[in-house]
Design a protein around this ligand. Structure first.
Ligand SMILES: O=C(O)CCC(=O)C(=O)O
Length: 255
């Protein structure tokens, strides 16, 4: 089978801008299969998806708390797992790296109509050994548009590296720190976008009438470690525990 590498032009664009959009990578039927399997997981697991479960995060939408993130989902959904290892993604990420890509993290992100967006941030975090090569592939399940609260990126700003204190915490950035205008990652179902861990990004509220679902799959270059997915989640859970008051730590679960 042909390798689905990126052209030199696309690789240069990615390194210059800190992101790249690739159209029509997956057929609508494949995206539908992903959405259906995720829905199966959500309906089968709804009783375990509570605030005490470190796998999930919720967001306020009006007066309701809605499930926003399942992090990870590839261990529950075989279809999601197949996307993580699909050569149409890994070959392209490998051509950005100039070496093989290794799965680091994956999360399903659901933004129902009316839900608020996400503050400006970079994905890199100052944990010892956190890979500098971390990059994320966003697979659009629904339409990503201005109205639906698409992810927005600040082009070229990844070149400044990490912009927050190196204190092991997750930080937000100010839009006033950015010297350029943001670009909206307009995506149709089946399109993908790649962006670097240093690319400042955010999203606005979903003002459309439909849900905006995306699958965010992150990789590191093979030379920064093979198969770090499990060790990443071990570290991530330790970090979540360290962020809550000691008396509530024992209530946290990962199921
Ligand atoms: O809502 C979005 O599109 C942004 C998601 C994001 O920034 C993240 O999960 O790190």
């Amino acid at each position: 089978m042909n390798r689905q590498t990126l052209s030199n032009h696309d690789i240069d664009y990615y390194h210059e801008k800190g992101f790249l959009v690739v159209r029509d990578v997956f057929a609508r039927s494949e995206i539908q299969a992903l959405a259906t399997d995720v829905e199966r997981v959500v309906s089968e697991r709804s009783d375990t998806f509570r605030h005490s479960n470190m796998r999930v995060r919720f967001k306020t939408s009006g007066v309701d708390q809605v499930l926003e993130v399942i992090d990870p989902i590839s261990d529950l959904s075989p279809v999601a797992k197949s996307f993580c290892h699909d050569s149409r993604i890994t070959d392209r990420v490998g051509s950005v790296y100039g070496e093989a890509a290794s799965l680091f993290k994956d999360k399903y992100f659901c933004k129902p109509a009316g839900t608020e967006g996400l503050a400006l941030h970079q994905d890199w975090i100052a944990w010892p050994g956190f890979p500098e090569s971390f990059l994320t592939v966003l697979v659009a399940i629904d339409q990503f548009s201005e109205a639906s609260g698409a992810t927005k990126v600040y082009p070229g700003c990844h070149k400044a590296g990490y912009l927050s204190p190196r204190d092991s915490m997750h930080h937000h950035l100010e839009h006033s720190q950015m010297a350029v205008s943001p670009e909206c990652l307009e995506l149709a179902p089946g399109d993908i976008a790649l962006f670097s861990c240093y690319t400042p990004h955010y999203s606005e509220a979903n003002r459309s009438h439909g849900t905006r679902r995306g699958y965010f799959i992150s990789y590191n270059a093979f030379s920064e470690g093979e198969n770090r997915w499990q060790s990443h989640y071990n570290e991530f859970h330790e970090w979540i525990r360290s962020c809550v008051p000691e008396e509530t730590r024992s209530q946290l679960v990962f199921i």
